[in-house]
Design a protein. Structure first.
Length: 495
């Protein structure tokens, strides 16, 4: 039996699936892992102990489950954009610096903006520099860890490191490279380091490819480690968010994916590049399409935080804990009796792009109860997502087809909040996530199926429709959300 292997390394979990050319899942595996926060504003992972270890374990488990299967192709995705310096032997020289949740490179953003100017950066990259930008993090290593920089042969991202370990080929997909601003020219679909080639060395960047291109084949060493047969084609791959979009059938122009995960990430597919300072613009997985993306720094992490703070973890599992949280949330009215929460535990991304933003409760009184706090956090996450998604809606004229995915779709109050505030009708996709999207990409890349055929594999488990008369208290909280943030920022700047 010929199967396609997809593996995704997420922030806290790695998943893998084996599917056939009809989209049927024959086996799946997963491994949990964590992150490292060595200092404030720094979030890292060990490329060998986490990324490669998990790929080896997941691939080995799947091979044992289907020992007689023929693996036709492999595709990997992972969190990104990350920055990992490796030497000429592909050995990591330090832990990988993660995507927008790592906010260390603020001084480097200033340096690059001073050198090129904000207008030139935006013209070239189609993006402003934020914590999501990989370029400033490369510069941070060059400035702060010169011994590491001197030994660096390539700066890789997560999935490009995995592809390199599997094949020996050093390549990055356009969809991820598009976040290496200001080093990627969106109009030219190529690296563009004019004026900063002394700060970010051109020779340290991988060659470019499309996610469905074959990067190389599995080496003998990788075959021995993973159980994947030597010579198996390996695709270039992409980030987890793009793979999630593919796995949710979000591939056509004006499709919109809302990913409710540990953080929020949202992708709108377009047929040409758009530039909006609130959003991230990049190529899509396949040639001829682009994405506008937005993200929040927290989502599920905030609901987990309030559950922990309220003592709802009784040691009987996450499902039971979440059930207790939602029971508490539903016992408070919409608007949480006037309690407003800004869920900026790790700064905020779209549309604020403020790494120093911090979480806040306001409107507390002596009558405020546990249910009010729980509901305020859930609604606050929904309000932050609605703000980010509204920027995506502003950037496109057509009414999008909306697909909601991720564990957060089980939080009906949060998802309903987003629909009520944006007016969007959300279809909930019943998918296995980015790993499934990777396997789809492998099948597409090898020519076993078309994009349209692969998209038809995706099933939908429900739909969230905006209420005709959402609670006015919720709308009032949403409207005061950015005002409260601006007031808090003004106080911070005075200090």
């Amino acid at each position: 039996m010929e199967l396609f292997l997809g593996i995704d390394v997420g922030t806290y979990e790695t998943k893998g699936v084996l599917i056939d050319a009809t989209g049927h899942v024959h086996a799946e595996a997963r491994v949990r892992h964590g992150i490292s926060t060595p200092a404030p504003a720094m979030v890292e992972q060990d490329a060998d102990a986490v990324w490669w270890h998990d790929v080896v374990e997941v691939a080995s488990t799947l091979r044992k489950a289907m020992p007689d299967a023929v693996i036709a192709a492999v595709a990997c995705s992972a969190i990104g954009p990350c920055v990992l310096p490796v030497d000429a032997e592909l050995r990591p020289l330090r832990p990988a610096i993660l995507y927008g949740v790592d906010t260390r490179a603020t001084a480097e953003i200033d340096i690059l903006e001073t050198r090129l100017g904000r207008e030139e950066i935006f013209r070239r990259a189609g993006n402003a520099l934020t914590s999501q930008s990989a370029g400033p993090k490369i510069l941070w290593i060059e400035r702060n860890e010169p011994a590491v920089a001197a030994r660096t042969r390539w700066y890789l991202t997560s999935q490009s490191y995995l592809v390199a370990r599997l094949t020996g080929e050093v390549v990055i997909d356009h969809a991820t490279a598009g976040y290496f601003h200001p080093g990627y020219d969106l109009a030219r679909l190529d690296w563009g380091l004019d004026g900063i080639d002394d700060l970010i060395r051109p020779e340290t960047l991988p060659r470019l490819g499309w996610s469905t291109d074959v990067a190389g084949t599995v080496t003998a060493a990788a075959a021995m480690a993973t159980g994947i047969p030597e010579g198996t084609p390996v695709l270039v791959g992409t980030t987890d968010a793009v793979a999630e979009a593919v796995g949710a059938s979000v591939v056509a122009t004006d499709d919109l994916m809302l990913m409710y995960g540990s953080s929020g990430y949202f992708i709108r597919v377009t047929d040409e590049p758009h530039a909006d300072p609130r959003l991230w613009a990049a190529p899509f997985a396949m040639p001829g399409r682009y994405v506008l993306a937005a993200g929040t720094s927290t989502a599920g992490t905030a609901t987990r935080w309030i559950a922990d703070m309220l003592g709802l973890d009784h040691g009987d599992g996450d499902t039971a804990m979440f059930g207790r949280l939602m029971e508490l949330v539903r016992s408070a009215p919409p608007g949480a009796n006037g309690v407003l929460h800004l869920p900026h535990f790790s700064g905020e991304r779209t549309p604020l792009h403020d790494p120093d933003a911090r979480a806040l409760f306001s409107g507390l009184t002596l009558a405020t109860g546990r249910a009010d706090l729980a509901r305020a956090v859930v609604e606050g996450v929904g309000e932050s997502i609605a703000l980010a998604v509204s920027a995506l809606l502003d950037a496109g004229a057509a009414e999008p087809r909306v697909v909601a995915i991720g564990g957060g779709t089980h939080n009906e109050v949060m998802v309903q909040t987003v629909s009520d505030l944006t007016g969007l009708r959300q279809q909930t996709a019943a998918t296995l996530g980015a790993a499934y999207g990777d396997a789809m990409l492998a099948a597409i890349g090898l020519g076993a199926v078309t994009e349209k055929q692969a998209a038809s594999w995706v099933a939908f488990s429900g739909e969230v429709v905006p209420q005709e008369n959402p609670a006015p208290q919720l709308q009032a909280a949403y409207e005061s959300f950015p005002k409260t943030y601006r007031a808090l920022r003004a106080l911070r700047e005075v200090d």
